[in-house]
Design a protein around this ligand. Structure first.
Ligand code: HEM
Length: 233
């Protein structure tokens, strides 16, 4: 009896540890999302697209915006910002296993905004900085993003909660692609001596890097949980 009680308390404590770790990761992800949302909103909707480094570099390299390009870019960026925000909200509500109807509403908004942003991203891809290799990279990124979000959505509809969570985390990791794209571009511009080359390489690297981090976190948490279970039994 006493032993059973001790085992139960130990198990509760270990579960609490694992929940604390999940919460820490969730908070770090949310803080990064908020910072990136603020950065992008300021750049594109306060300063204006023409004052961004991206646009100045694009014009310097001979790009002439086609009719409606700025509007399509604004739709793409605005929808992506809402996807980052609603993804963070969905993630937090899911982690705290609370407010399921809000989680569902935020999740649906996330899916819709990913589809809108991805659709607007398609025509933009054909005039991407870096030419054909960058265009191909953006098209692959678009497919990966849409496939991941569709998988998470279908699993949610099937009430397959465990797999839904895993695919939702993967899809949200790819939603940070633009942030990683900027970081990798900044890191590679010096060594490659060309912003265009760095940007093109970054288009291909941004989402695999994010998916690797997501996989490492998912596996880390899963391993920790199974190690805790073994310790308790
Ligand atoms: C994950 C799938 C995504 C795809 C396929 C995609 C596609 C594109 C394309 C093709 C461009 C034009 C690039 C060029 O002309 O060189 C672009 C620009 C841009 N996208 Fe996305 N995008 C994605 C996600 C996001 C997300 C999640 C954000 C979040 C804020 C975002 C924000 C931007 C911004 C701000 C620009 C302007 C260039 C810059 O400052 O990076 N994109 N995107």
């Amino acid at each position: 009896m006493v032993k059973d009680h001790l085992v139960m308390s130990l198990s509760d404590a270990k579960n609490q540890d694992s929940r604390n770790l999940n919460n820490w990761i969730a908070w770090i992800v949310v803080i990064i999302a908020v910072l990136w949302i603020l950065h992008t909103t300021t750049q594109y909707f306060v300063m204006g697209v023409d004052r961004t480094i991206f646009m100045r570099h694009k014009i310097q390299t001979g790009f002439v915006p086609w009719d409606g390009w700025r509007l399509v870019l604004s739709i793409h960026v605005a929808a992506a910002i809402v996807a980052l925000a609603t993804g963070a909200i969905t993630f937090m509500l899911g982690i705290f296993k609370d407010h399921w109807s809000l989680h569902r509403l935020a999740g649906r908004t996330y899916v819709i905004t990913v589809v809108v942003s991805g659709t607007a991203g398609l025509p933009l891809a054909f005039t991407a900085t870096g030419g054909a290799p960058a265009t191909a990279g953006f098209l692959v990124l678009n497919c990966v993003w849409l496939i991941l979000v569709a998988s998470a959505f279908v699993l949610a509809r099937k009430r397959d909660v465990l797999r839904h969570r895993v695919w939702a985390v993967r899809s949200y990791a790819v939603t940070f692609a633009n942030m990683t794209l900027h970081l990798v571009t900044a890191l590679l511009t010096g060594p490659l001596d060309s912003r265009t080359a760095a940007y093109t390489v970054a288009v291909w690297l941004c989402w695999p890097l994010n998916l690797c981090i997501a996989e490492a976190l998912l596996r880390g948490i899963a391993n920790l949980k199974s190690a805790m279970k073994k310790n308790v039994t």
